[in-house]
Design a protein around this ligand. Structure first.
Ligand SMILES: NC(=O)c1ccc[n+]([C@@H]2O[C@H](COP(=O)([O-])OP(=O)(O)OC[C@H]3O[C@@H](n4cnc5c(N)ncnc54)[C@H](OP(=O)(O)O)[C@@H]3O)[C@@H](O)[C@H]2O)c1
Length: 337
């Protein structure tokens, strides 16, 4: 029986996580039972929500216990099967382990079609982040043509898809991102009308007045913090805020106190709604079909940042908080064949 290298949570982080929170462990690779498949990981997804799972307190995802194997989206090849649905060699995607191999129920995985997009795209634009963007923008943000949509974390996995779908809907789109390389990608490749590098801009409110002169109708919030404070000052009457993520707060050890920005929501009668992609599970296929069509015909551009090697998975995860990724951050565990 082959060994299976996997990552476990070795301790809970206080504030910003570091490499000491992760430990490698060798286990035996298990054999599939009836209805199961053994999947050899090609690509592993690292996602900001995993920071919540590392903490003891509830986030929107269930906490991991110390010593637990780390879990995440994977794309991989079926290495052994006890299911009629999949043959050895098939490419699938599902929720696996930060490991070389994951034993999965065949009912819990979906096929990957590499003729639509490279396998790693099934962890980004054709995976959970793409579906989050699709439902979050179209069903919660629900922008009308001609309206202004602002998206934070705009050059990331979710944000880059949100902005492009908003453009398809005939909106003016402004993004916040953390480098000139990212803002250039947004405006020159993805069609955003404007992008603000929040790391080199002092006055976010002035930058918004300049780039969203008609105010903000829909704000798709991936980050929270000072960017969100600034957007709240520019909301139009009946504006909608879709709260998707708050990465600027994920490593905070206490909730910051002080004057809140909620008074800014009164005059515009703004609606603020939390968004959880899992709420749309019964319609995931609708999103995946539409996103696949847009990727195939070139309507949607996607990008993946690839870190090589399972041994570098913790670094790839930590890099999300430093903004190392453009588009979806994945870890390549085995080479494409
Ligand atoms: N509610 C749901 O169902 C759901 C589903 C998926 C994702 N999410 C959330 O959506 C957000 C985006 O997820 P994603 O997978 O697309 O991640 P991502 O945007 O690909 O990666 C995270 C990005 O956040 C930015 N960032 C990090 N720290 C920041 C800070 N202090 N202030 C502003 N920006 C910061 C970095 O880009 P910069 O270089 O621009 O700083 C980084 O690249 C996350 O908050 C995630 O938790 C929620």
């Amino acid at each position: 029986m082959e060994t299976n290298t996997q990552w476990i949570l070795s301790k809970r982080p206080a504030g910003e996580p570091d490499l000491d929170c992760f430990e490698r462990k060798e286990t035996a690779t298990e054999e599939p039972a009836e209805g199961e498949i053994l999947v050899q990981t090609r690509y592993l997804s690292v996602d900001p929500y995993m920071r919540g799972r590392m903490s003891e307190q509830e986030s929107y995802a269930e906490p991991w216990a110390v010593g637990d194997p780390l879990k995440g989206g994977i794309v991989g090849e079926v290495a052994a099967t006890e299911s009629e649905a999949y043959d050895v060699g098939d490419l699938v995607t599902g929720e696996g382990l930060w490991a070389e191999y994951s034993l999965l129920d065949a009912d819990d995985v979906a096929p990957v079609d590499p003729s639509v997009a490279p396998p790693e795209a099934y962890l980004g634009v054709l995976g959970m982040p793409g579906r989050t963007a699709y439902f979050g923008l179209l069903e919660i943000g629900d922008p009308a043509p001609g309206e202004t949509v602002v998206v934070s974390g705009a050059a990331g996995a979710v944000g880059s898809v949100v902005g492009q779908i908003a453009k398809l809907n005939g909106c003016r789109v402004v993004g916040f991102a953390g480098s000139d390389e990212k803002t250039t990608w947004l405006t020159e490749s993805l069609g955003f009308d404007a992008a603000i590098n929040y790391k080199t801009t002092d006055d976010y409110q002035a930058a918004l007045t300049a780039t969203a002169p008609d105010g903000v109708d829909v704000y798709f919030d991936n980050v929270g913090g000072p960017i969100t404070d600034a957007v709240f000052t520019q909301l139009n009457l009946d504006a909608t805020v879709a709260v998707c993520g708050q990465i600027a707060h994920y490593n905070a050890e206490s909730v910051p106190t002080g004057p809140r920005k909620l008074p800014q929501l009164i005059a515009p009668r703004a609606t603020v709604q939390g968004l959880l992609v899992g709420d749309f599970v019964t319609r995931f296929e609708v999103a995946t079909d539409q996103l696949s069509e847009w990727v195939t015909d070139g309507t949607l551009e996607h990008r993946e940042s690839v870190v090589e090697g399972l041994s570098n998975a913790p670094e790839a995860f930590l890099g999300l908080f430093a903004g190392d990724n453009i588009g979806k951050q994945v870890v390549q565990v085995t080479a494409d064949t």
